[in-house]
Design a protein around this ligand. Structure first.
Ligand code: OAD
Length: 234
């Protein structure tokens, strides 16, 4: 631990599972009742905007009923107290990391509480329902859509993420199945640049074999324990 300075932490749906937000691929997952292609592709948005907007409106409304769990709080603590470089990259579109207090955070797959203008590209903080053809406060065009990175679209802030991975001494992946690229490939990038790699997940992920160490269990237990180790070694 003494040699570790720069840390990148990747989080996925498993981190928010204990807060009551369903994961994507587990039983009862978010996609249940909807095919991914029907709610999370640019084609779906074009074909059936009512369905896609309603799907994300429901997810956004649900945020009022959930709260950060022990894992989000532990990550906010390591963010506040870790003296080296640290970046939390989340695939989650909920706001539980920031509600727990995390600051050094990138939402690579977008955010439920944001609307994106499909025409001018400006992102707007958004709390309420977002009906199709809502007007963009900047350009005035009826072109606001959920600010979610759909399959086939480029995740946010990839340059900053790649830079952090290239400089990382430690890469930690938490609560993600390793099924969706480019995030699933971060462990390989970090390893290539010499980082130690650790996975904290309920089940072995698709990429488990790439990690130097895998610890299996619920994030609400594993993450606070790991953060204690991390900060205790300072
Ligand atoms: P998944 O649903 O694919 O995977 C969740 C992972 O969390 C699984 O490996 C579970 O075993 C694990 N898990 C479940 N409960 C857990 C717990 N309490 N503690 C720790 N781990 C737990 O979710 P993601 O990997 O985040 O993209 O999915 C990646 C992307 O796929 C999402 O960001 C989303 C989806 O398509 C977009 O919406 C663009």
């Amino acid at each position: 631990m003494r040699d570790i300075r720069n840390t990148v932490i990747l989080t996925g749906a498993g981190l928010s599972a204990e807060s009551g937000i369903a994961t994507f691929r587990g039983p009862g997952g978010l996609w249940e009742g909807h095919r991914v292609e029907d709610v999370c592709t640019p084609q779906a948005l074009h074909r059936d905007p009512e369905l896609v907007h309603r799907f994300y409106d429901e997810r956004r409304a649900k945020l009022a009923d959930v709260a950060p769990n022990a894992a989000h709080r532990a990550l906010a603590r390591v963010d506040a107290e870790w003296p080296g470089e640290l970046l939390i990259v989340t695939q989650n579109v909920d706001d539980l990391h920031e509600r727990a207090g995390a600051m050094r955070l990138i939402h690579m797959h977008g955010e439920l509480k944001s609307a994106l203008c499909a025409l001018c590209g400006i992102r707007h903080a958004w709390e309420s329902a977002l009906p199709p053809e809502s007007e963009c406060p900047d350009c005035g065009e009826p072109a606001l859509r959920p600010d979610i990175v759909f399959f086939g679209e480029m995740p946010y802030r990839m340059e900053a993420i790649e830079r952090a991975l290239g400089a990382a001494d430690l890469f930690v992946s938490i609560g993600t199945s390793g099924a969706v690229y480019p995030a699933a490939g971060f462990v390989q990038t970090a390893r290539y640049h010499g980082a130690e790699t650790l996975e904290l997940n309920l089940d072995p992920s698709e990429g488990s074999g790439w990690f130097g160490e895998s610890r299996l269990g619920p994030a609400g237990t594993l993450v606070p324990r790991w953060v204690e180790e991390m900060l205790g070694g300072l």
